[in-house]
Design a protein around this ligand. Structure first.
Ligand code: 48H
Length: 263
């Protein structure tokens, strides 16, 4: 067989198009492939739901690569140990009582497990809006609007496309960008927070931050869930710095909530 140039082109375009057509209508769209997003993707796919994760970078992992101050180590507490073991990691118990794993191995194992469970991860896509049904004070979020990150960065005027889903998870980290967009477009729609608005992340307090990120993982608007640092930002909880147990536990919790809702 001659390795003709266009054969490669056709293979790429055909394979990508086939993949994309499969994810235009799914059970769950997850925005952001950080620790909370990939964890949620794995659990939901394992339960048999169709799941797609859109990540604006060309790589997955979010804040996991850099560990703390770029020392590539992921620290977790006992409560999250089992989640890491399920993906094949072997958390090392330290004399300080917390556990530690290598960042690169953690990103790799979490990503592979989500894919093996059946989740599709699409990189290079920026979610810029949501799809809704219902107006006034009762919008129901039922999908996302996306474009290539390259289009967003270049400022080209290119219209996006939409993906429909039963629910959407905002696991975009500190930005909580999906909730922010939804609230900006629908100020009438009240969030499930004390003020009904985005409360903003508070300074560091590890113990409280770790407990609250899990507690605040929930459906904030009909059809829209928050997980990970997005939950911290929306509910005005303290940040926790470079400990990741709460992120994995939040990803697991959002998957359980959605599984219950969609069953
Ligand atoms: C597509 C998007 C969009 C968009 C953002 O930041 P992350 O790692 O998120 P979490 O919440 O799973 O984990 C947080 C953790 O990494 C962290 O920062 C901690 C523990 N900080 C504590 C502290 O005190 O600082 O990942 C979010 C991902 C990233 O990969 C973004 O590129 C992506 O979401 N993303 N993808 N469309 N609109 N916005």
């Amino acid at each position: 067989m001659e390795l003709d140039e266009t054969l490669i082109t056709k293979t790429i375009v055909e394979s990508f198009t086939r993949d994309f057509l499969k994810i235009t209508d799914v059970d769950v769209v997850i925005v952001g492939a950080g620790p909370s997003g990939v964890t949620a993707a794995r659990y939901l796919a394992e339960k048999g739901f169709s799941v797609v994760v859109f990540e604006r970078n060309l790589y997955v992992g979010g804040g996991m690569w850099g560990g703390g101050i770029m020392f590539p180590k992921i620290v977790i507490q006992e409560a999250a140990k089992q989640i890491l073991e399920e993906v094949g990691l072997k958390p090392e118990k330290t004399s300080r009582g917390v556990y530690v794993v290598d960042s690169v191995e953690a990103v790799s194992r979490f990503t592979v497990s989500a894919i093996e469970a059946g989740a599709k991860i699409m990189v290079g896509f920026n979610v810029e809006d949501v799809v809704i049904r219902g107006f006034k004070d009762k919008p129901k979020i039922c999908g996302v609007v996306l474009n290539w990150t390259a289009v967003e960065k270049s400022g080209l005027h290119v219209d996006p496309v939409a993906i429909k889903s039963k629910v959407v998870v905002d696991s975009t980290g500190h930005e909580a960008s999906v909730v922010r967009t939804a609230v900006k477009k629908f100020p009438e729609a009240k969030l499930q927070t004390k003020t009904g608005e985005i409360m903003g992340e508070k300074p560091m307090w590890v113990e409280v931050g770790e407990a609250e990120v899990v507690k605040n993982t929930c459906e904030v608007l009909p059809g829209l869930y928050v997980a990970g640092m997005a939950a911290t930002a929306v509910f005005g909880s303290p940040r926790m710095g470079p400990i990741f147990g709460g992120m994995f536990l939040s990803g697991k919790k959002v998957a359980e909530l959605i599984a219950e809702k969609l069953k």
